[in-house]
Design a protein around this ligand. Structure first.
Ligand SMILES: [Ca+2]
Length: 296
């Protein structure tokens, strides 16, 4: 049965509404010659489902084209970047994002002297956004930076992302330090021989260690803070250890190193792995701030 351009089916008496031409063929005509309501409804429903299915296919095609993939065959859209809380720019005395170089972008403006360390991808897979240390002779030096001595009962927080590959030294992997064994010493932040976060201050009781085990080959966020009375360490935003501490002598003569320490004026590289986003603050960060840093 064919439809004419009026939209009616030749020879049919249609009791309700208009029937589009493409609806004619499937419509069952009763002996009376009338088209039933049920047949009309079923036919319209089938046509609607056909059109809806076509639209769904088009939408799926659009999603496939616009979203890309992660198997190397398409373009990966970068993750939406959540703005950093403005409070995290308060009290920054040192900040190395390692975005293409080793320089400190805080108001201190310290230039990093890179020896051996190679720039690499960060925890998000973005190229040239972190530094890898080989544990043999790689180091980055920021000079004496007296304002970062943190002696007496000066408050501070130090944070960093690290991905350790191994422990090249019997004692520890040192992330950042102002420490010259046998000569002068201020502080360091490390992962000790028991794979725990360790923070040192040059006074009794010398250091505090965490309790959680720091994994290898995995990015973790480490932090230490001193509030003038207690020295505390955090792993991935969670408090991991704390101990009461007095002041320590102010060391203005030792260079700040990332990736090692000094021992009797000799550089001792003590880190095998990747470091990123090292920051030093002149205050204690809140739990909320530490959690934000550890999750972005
Ligand atoms: Ca970075």
């Amino acid at each position: 049965m064919k439809a004419d351009l009026s939209g009616r089916c030749p020879g049919q008496k249609i009791g309700i509404g208009w029937v589009l031409p493409e609806f004619c063929d499937p419509i069952k005509v009763h002996r009376s010659g009338k088209v039933g309501r049920a047949e009309l409804f079923t036919t319209k429903l089938l046509a609607f489902m056909k059109n809806a299915f076509s639209l769904l296919l088009l939408f799926a095609l659009f999603l496939t084209i616009s979203c890309g993939d992660d198997d190397g065959g398409g373009i990966i859209d970068p993750p939406m970047e959540e703005p950093e809380p403005s409070s995290l720019s308060v009290g920054v005395l040192f900040h190395v994002p390692f975005s293409g170089n080793a320089d400190d972008i805080s108001s201190s403006g310290l230039a990093g002297t890179v020896t051996g360390a190679t720039i690499t991808a960060d925890r998000h897979g973005v190229a040239n956004e972190a530094y890898r240390f080989d544990g043999v002779d790689d180091i980055i030096n920021y000079g004496t930076a007296p304002d970062l001595a943190f002696g007496a009962r000066t408050t501070y927080t130090m944070v960093a992302w690290v991905k350790l590959e191994d422990r090249e030294d019997a004692s520890r992997n040192t992330i950042i330090s102002k420490f010259n064994g046998g000569v002068a010493a201020g502080w360091y932040l490390a992962v000790n021989a028991d794979e725990e976060i360790q923070a040192y201050r040059n006074a009794v009781p010398w250091s505090v260690s965490g309790t959680a085990s720091v994994p290898y080959d995995e990015y973790v966020h480490v932090a230490v803070s001193y509030d003038g009375s207690n020295l505390s360490v955090w792993l991935n935003g969670d408090l991991d250890g704390t101990i009461a501490f007095g002041g320590h002598p102010t060391d203005t003569s030792t260079d700040i190193l990332i990736g090692g320490v000094f021992s009797r004026n000799n550089v001792v590289p003590l880190l095998k792995g990747v470091v990123d986003e090292v920051r030093l603050y002149n205050r204690v960060l809140t739990d909320t701030e530490l959690t934000w840093l550890a999750t972005h």
